[in-house]
Design a protein around this ligand. Structure first.
Ligand SMILES: Nc1ncnc2c1ncn2[C@@H]1O[C@H](COP(=O)(O)OP(=O)(O)OP(=O)(O)O)[C@@H](O)[C@H]1O
Ligand SMILES: [Mg+2]
Length: 579
């Protein structure tokens, strides 16, 4: 986290921006807090009145004092409810908005961000950090404003009863201020550590959930458990430190105040004659001073919550300020023809020094099909990832229908593309929901069924109790690899886009299913620009052109028969597979 996001002024200033739209609620709560503090100040006065009344017992006083007491506590009670509910509402509201904002930000971050950030820490920021901010808003404002007001009002009362004694009490202020300062620093330091360990804990848990099979087979339980214990211990230690700082700080503040009280009692009771007070004023003064203890205690304690909130909101603001996917394009295309051209495209991943694509130039005519072949790591997936702009090219240009794809709006560009990617992640939900995923128009049952038919999924649907409305579990866990691929193909069929990209789309299918699916893909390919990546050569015989990639470069191109004649890499690869 950069310095800016750690600063109290910056983060609170920015949080205030979230509060401002609800200024009316804030105002009502503030007014309630003022009355609450005034009601508190009436208590020393009540004390004075009681003691005076004891001196002159009469009928009037016997009613006046209890009624006054009830009035004071009625005001206190009502204003308390208004404040706590009002600020609670405010805190939850800000969090609701902040959470949505973070979630929506997550949706538009560049692919590279997801690759560089652990999902666990992203989740924990959305769940844990936002909670901390909510507390810093609602609890902290109540304590900060109301208790500060109470302290001010009580101090005024003290000055009223005895300015000289108040002056003596004030000598204690610097000591308490130093105490609070030292505590704040410690709170903030340990809060950041706690947040980090929470993120690590989420990360670890996520990891073991997703890799439970690998953990079992490689017997990594011990490793995982030990690593988690480390994280857990870190969290425990930081929390304990915060508790210790709070407890000690609290006790010390109280002790400093007690010293003050002892000193005052001594001065007043000694025969020095420094201070002269009657009994009722002295009791009122002591009551006011005693009442200072609770708000001061809360003020020092709330510090922890405020520091946590600042540390948390800093992290959140930093996410909100992360730059989104660049979408400067202005041209919006409805339905592309589908001609794709790469002109001297060079690309490397940010976290990888080697170039993934090196000076690639090619043209794919509208409605034709091409295949990319080459060794693992040659750059095939990287090449097709540039078309929907998952990454930005470094050098060179990609054109769609003669227009630089950077000049198209992201939405209209992606609308032109159906993609069956190498690692398919389905969403929790039914088969129908997965197939019609993200479509803005309502998809009728008929189209879904026909897509299912084309993707050769009939058998699966018939075996499921609820047909296409059967749930497939988190990430499609209840399906086999090949079934997932066919769902993804059905999804691509439904999208009906002019460009179709298939990255190892049939790699998990057996030869028989693949033959069926190939037939439906062949149907799907008609009239569309199709880019196929396949290790198996079953497709390459049927495409219009084949590009052989190696180390990010196109090293051979031509039709299947041309390349076989050429006696190059393609032929070697082909022979290896067919013999
Ligand atoms: N997200 C990424 N971040 C950094 N480097 C990457 C990333 N994805 C791929 N690479 C690197 O880029 C190079 C090309 O990878 P790419 O995924 O394009 O290969 P491929 O031809 O699709 O391989 P395969 O047939 O195994 O799928 C590889 O050296 C790989 O290590
Ligand atoms: Mg790949």
């Amino acid at each position: 986290m950069t310095r800016e996001y750690r600063s109290l002024k910056y983060t609170y200033g920015r949080l205030l921006g979230y509060l401002m739209p609800h200024w009316n609620v804030l105002l009502i709560s503030m007014i309630a807090m003022v009355f609450y503090s005034l009601a508190n100040a009436a208590v020393p006065y009540l004390m004075e009145t009681i003691i005076d009344a004891l001196g002159s017992l009469n009928e009037l006083n016997s009613y006046f004092v209890p009624v006054l007491l009830l009035i004071i506590f009625t005001v206190r009670g009502i204003t308390d409810v208004v404040t706590v509910y009002g600020l609670g509402w405010l805190g939850r509201r800000v969090i609701r908005d902040l959470r949505s904002e973070i979630f929506n930000k997550y949706l538009v971050l560049p692919t590279s961000y997801y690759e560089a950030t652990s999902s666990g820490s992203m989740i924990s920021k959305l769940t844990y950090n936002t909670e901390q901010v909510a507390q810093a808003i609602s609890d902290a404002i109540v304590v900060l404003v109301r208790d500060s007001l109470t302290i001010i009002v009580l101090v005024i009362a003290m000055i009223y009863y005895s300015p000289s004694l108040t002056l003596i009490v004030f000598l204690l202020v610097p000591f308490i201020a130093i105490l609070i300062r030292v505590m704040s620093r410690a709170f903030r330091k340990y809060s950041v550590r706690i947040q980090d360990s929470m993120a690590d804990a989420t990360k670890s848990t996520e990891e073991i959930i997703h890799s439970h099979r690998d953990i079992k087979i490689y017997q990594a339980e011990g490793f995982q458990s030990k690593r988690f214990m480390g994280i857990n211990q870190e969290n425990y230690k930081s929390n304990l430190k915060i508790i210790a700082v709070r407890a000690i700080g609290d006790a010390m503040t109280q002790y400093v105040l007690a010293l003050g009280i002892a000193f005052i009692v001594w001065i007043t009771l000694s025969s020095s004659g420094l201070v002269q007070l009657d009994a009722s004023s002295f009791m009122a003064f002591l009551t006011a001073m005693g009442m200072l203890l609770a708000p001061i205690k809360r003020l020092t304690n709330i510090n922890a919550a405020i520091q946590r909130g600042i540390a948390s909101s800093g992290v959140l603001f930093e996410i909100l300020d992360t730059s989104e996917e660049r979408d400067k394009g202005t041209i919006s295309i409805e339905c592309a023809n589908g001609e794709i051209q790469f002109s001297n495209v060079t690309f490397s991943y940010r976290n990888n020094d080697e170039v993934a694509l090196n000076d690639v130039s090619l043209t794919i005519k509208q409605g034709t099909s091409v295949a990319f072949v080459g060794r693992s790591g040659a750059g095939k997936t990287s090449l097709v990832s540039l078309i929907p702009r998952f990454y930005e090219v470094e050098d060179g240009t990609i054109f769609l229908d003669g227009k630089n794809i950077q000049d198209l709006t992201m939405q209209s560009l992606r609308k032109q593309i159906s993609l069956v990617s190498q690692d398919i992640v389905l969403l929790e939900g039914t088969i129908a929901e997965n197939i019609s995923y993200g479509m803005d128009k309502d998809i009728d049952q008929e189209s879904i069924l026909s897509a299912i038919d084309s993707a050769h999924l009939n058998e699966l649907i018939q075996s499921l109790p609820n047909g296409i409305h059967s749930n497939i579990g988190e990430r499609g866990a209840m399906l086999s690899g090949g079934q997932k691929q066919r769902i993804a193909i059905a999804r691509a069929i439904i999208k009906d886009a002019p460009i179709l990209i298939l990255d190892e789309a049939t790699s998990s299918l057996d030869s028989e299913s693949e033959r069926y699916v190939r037939d439906s893909i062949a149907k799907l390919m008609k009239g569309r620009t199709t880019l196929i990546i396949a290790h198996r050569f079953t497709f390459t015989e049927h495409v219009d052109k084949i590009y052989v990639l190696d180390e990010g470069k196109i090293i051979e191109e031509g039709t299947h028969s041309q390349l076989l004649e050429k006696d190059g890499i393609y032929r070697t690869l082909y022979n290896m597979q067919t013999h």
